[in-house]
Every structure is written in structure tokens, then in C-alpha cells.
Design a protein around this ligand. Structure first.
Ligand SMILES: C[S@@+](CC[C@H](N)C(=O)[O-])C[C@H]1O[C@@H](n2cnc3c(N)ncnc32)[C@H](O)[C@@H]1O
Length: 249
């Protein structure tokens, strides 16, 4: 995950985790741990007596420690790939472990199976509500923003909706008997030249190779950077979503 994307998404997951009174010594399972950024937050929260099991099929950036165990597993299809015993985990966390998931709802079921009664699930991602242009210098700029952002969303969220948690993840969790389901989604207005548009420009720059492969012209990617610095531009931001829910005790 790129630094700009992390900057955008960190407040949501931190807010979710801070709302749970996680005891020092808790056992945590993190799915799709990536660079270990959230893993480090979790390790601090559980302290030296706790344990964080970090799972990813690419463990290049994950470092085991006295508190953190690292598992290289592909959790997409095999239920046994999620480590741990049934009902043994105090908190399961998964921030946007997508891209190659075939069935995100099935992964939620596997995570719930690991949660102990009274344990918490925390999920986060971005929704498929795209940034909307409120104002741009020209209609050409507006078209360009929409075109590049549409491609970015196609690549990051997946055309079949597998690049994020299900749209009605709340309903799914209620259907599984989870309680205290609490979802928050946040978006705001970004101005060209401000931090939000800077983050979006950074994400597009980071995804340059993928966008080019999808047919976005290099000049459009470059001009997108210029437009995101134009103070005349006003956008509705990327929408972030975070959720926690408890398994009945
Ligand atoms: C967008 S990154 C998010 C990383 C991390 N959760 C974070 O928020 O910083 C998605 C991560 O999920 C992992 N991932 C995707 N599909 C996976 C799968 N089927 N099994 C295991 N890990 C997977 C990727 O390797 C990547 O590290």
C-alpha cells in the first residue's frame, strides 16, 4: 500500500481499533497484513504479553517479533489457510486485503470462525462511491478527472465487486448473528492543491503502470497531477469505510 493511500486510510482503522477496549495480552489475527503497518499498531495495542498473527500470501515486508507471528498463506479459496484454532481469537482485523479475493463474504465467515465468543471483528476498505467533481477549470479537466478516477476504481475495487467488502456488510454480519455492528463511512470535500487532492494524485501516480496497461494515456496521468494541484478544483473525496462488530458472548 502506497504512503498516500496509508495516510488516507489510517484514521479509519485507528478509530475502529481505539473504540474497542483491547486488553494487553489479547490475541489478534490480521488478514492481508501487507507491509505490516496495521500489524505494528496492533502489536503496540496488545503489548508484550499479547500475540498478533499476521497473514498475507506475500510476506516480503512482514517481520516476525516476540509479539508478531507471520504466516504466508493465500486465504482466497482454502478455509484452512486462515491460521489458528476455532473460536480462539480476541480480535480479527482485515483492512482491505482484497484484489485477489474470489469471495470476500466467504473470507468473513472464515474470520468469524476464528473469533472467540465476545471477540471483535474490525474491517475497513474504501467504498465504490467515486470522487465526484464539484468544480473544475474546464469541462475537459472534469472529463479527465472522471476518466482517470473511473479506471483507478476499476483496477482497485475490481469489476465484480471482489475488491472490497460486500456493499451490505452490515446486513451480512447481522445475518451471521454478530452484535453491536457499528459502521462508519467518511468522505469530505477536497480542494486542488490541498492534502486530499495530493493523496489522490499520489495514488494515481503509484498506479501509473496498471493504469497505462488499462489504456490510460501517459499524458492524461501527467495532466491529472497538474489538475489535482489546481486550487479551482473541488471534489468529493474517496469514501472510507470502517466497521466493528462483536460475536455474542
Ligand atoms: C491493499 S493491501 C492492504 C494491506 C494492509 N491490510 C494494510 O491495510 O496496510 C492488500 C493486501 O492483501 C494481500 N492479499 C490479497 N489477496 C490475498 C490472499 N488471497 N491471501 C492472502 N493475502 C492476500 C495482499 O498481498 C496485500 O498485502
Amino acid at each position: 500500500m502506497s504512503a498516500p493511500l496509508r495516510e488516507l486510510l489510517d484514521p479509519t482503522i485507528t478509530h475502529q481499533i481505539n473504540q474497542l477496549d483491547l486488553n494487553p495480552g489479547s490475541r489478534v489475527l490480521e488478514i492481508g497484513a501487507g507491509t505490516g503497518h496495521v500489524t505494528a499498531l496492533l502489536a503496540r495495542a496488545v503489548g508484550p504479553l499479547g500475540r498478533v498473527v499476521a497473514v498475507d500470501d506475500d510476506t516480503t515486508y512482514l517481520k516476525p517479533s516476540a509479539v508478531v507471528d507471520v504466516y504466508g498463506r493465500d486465504v482466497a479459496v482454502n478455509p484452512d489457510a486462515v491460521p489458528g484454532d476455532a473460536e480462539s481469537i480476541d480480535l480479527v482485523v482485515a483492512r482491505w486485503p482484497h484484489h485477489r479475493l474470489v469471495d470476500p463474504a466467504a473470507l468473513i465467515d472464515r474470520m468469524l470462525a476464528r473469533l472467540r465468543p465476545g471477540g471483535w471483528l474490525v474491517l475497513a476498505d474504501v467504498t465504490d462511491t467515486r470522487p465526484r467533481v464539484h468544480r473544475a477549470d474546464t469541462s475537459g479537466d472534469e472529463d479527465l478527472i472522471n476518466r482517470v478516477v473511473r479506471r483507478l476504481y476499476d483496477t482497485t475495487l475490481g469489476a465484480g465487486g471482489t475488491g472490497r467488502w460486500p456493499g451490505d456488510v452490515e446486513g451480512l454480519l447481522h445475518g451471521r448473528g454478530m452484535e453491536r455492528v457499528c459502521l462508519s463511512a467518511a468522505s469530505e470535500t477536497w480542494t486542488g492543491g490541498g492534502p486530499g487532492c495530493g493523496v489522490l494524485a499520489g495514488i494515481v501516480d503509484h498506479a501509473r503502470t496498471t493504469l497505462r496497461a488499462l489504456g490510460v494515456h501517459v499524458d492524461d496521468i501527467d495532466y491529472f497531477q497538474t489538475v489535482m494541484a489546481d486550487p479551482h478544483v473541488l471534489l468529493r473525496s474517496i469514501e472510507r469505510r470502517g466497521l466493528h462488530a462483536r460475536k455474542p458472548a
